[in-house]
Write a protein of this length. Structure first.
Length: 183
C-alpha cells in the first residue's frame, strides 16, 4: 500500500517557505534553517522547496534580499527627515532590534555570496546608497558615508549581540547626534 500523498500546496509556496524560514530565524537562528524543517512546518514535501530554491543558501539569499527591501523602506522615510543622519541611524537600529534574526542573516556569511545572487546584491547596494545619502550626499564611496555606516551598523550589531541596553534608542540617538556634530 502506498503512503498517503500530501495535498498539493495551494498559494504562493516561495512566500510560505520564506515565512517559515523567518520564523525559525527569529526562534533559534540561521543555523537551524533547513529546507526539511521549513517544508515540514508548512506541510509540503522536502522536494517541493527545490522547485523554487536550489538549496538552503538560495532560500537564505532570498530572505536576506527581502530583508534589505524591508530595511530600505524603513530607511527611506527617515532619510527624508530634516536630520537624515540621525533619523536614518535610528531607523537602522530599530530595524535591527525588531528583526534580530533577519538582520543577522542579512549581514552574515550569505552576504559574501552576493555576486551569486543578484537580488541580494541589489538590496545591499540600495542600503549602501540610502545611508550614504543620509550621511554625506550622493557619493557612497565617500569616507564620511562609510564611517557613518560603520557607526550605525556597528552600534546596531552591539545592541542585538551583546550590549544589554534597555534604552538603546535614546543612547543611539545621543551617539548619532554627537557624531554628526563632531564631523
Amino acid at each position: 500500500m502506498d503512503p498517503p500523498r500530501r495535498p498539493y500546496y495551494r498559494g504562493n509556496l516561495p512566500k510560505a517557505l520564506r515565512a517559515a524560514a523567518r520564523e525559525i530565524l527569529d526562534e533559534t537562528g540561521r543555523e537551524d534553517v533547513g529546507l526539511r524543517e521549513v517544508t515540514r512546518r508548512i506541510g509540503v514535501s522536502a522536494t517541493a522547496a527545490y522547485r523554487h530554491f536550489q538549496n538552503k543558501d538560495g532560500l537564505l539569499a532570498s530572505i536576506a534580499a527581502e530583508g534589505f527591501r524591508e530595511l530600505a523602506v524603513h530607511l527611506e522615510g527617515a532619510a527624508a527627515d530634516r536630520d537624515p543622519l540621525v533619523r536614518t541611524g535610528l531607523a537602522y537600529v530599530e530595524f535591527a532590534l525588531q528583526k534580530r534574526g533577519l538582520f543577522r542573516l542579512m549581514f552574515g556569511p550569505i552576504l559574501a555570496a552576493r555576486a551569486k545572487y543578484p537580488e541580494l546584491a541589489a538590496g545591499f547596494d540600495l542600503i549602501k546608497r540610502i545611508v550614504a545619502r543620509a550621511a554625506a550626499g550622493p557619493s557612497e564611496e565617500n569616507a564620511a558615508a562609510l564611517a557613518a555606516w560603520g557607526l550605525i551598523h556597528g552600534l546596531s550589531a552591539l545592541f542585538i549581540d551583546g550590549l544589554p541596553e534597555p534604552h538603546a534608542r535614546s543612547l543611539a540617538e545621543e551617539i548619532f547626534v554627537r557624531w554628526r556634530e563632531a564631523v
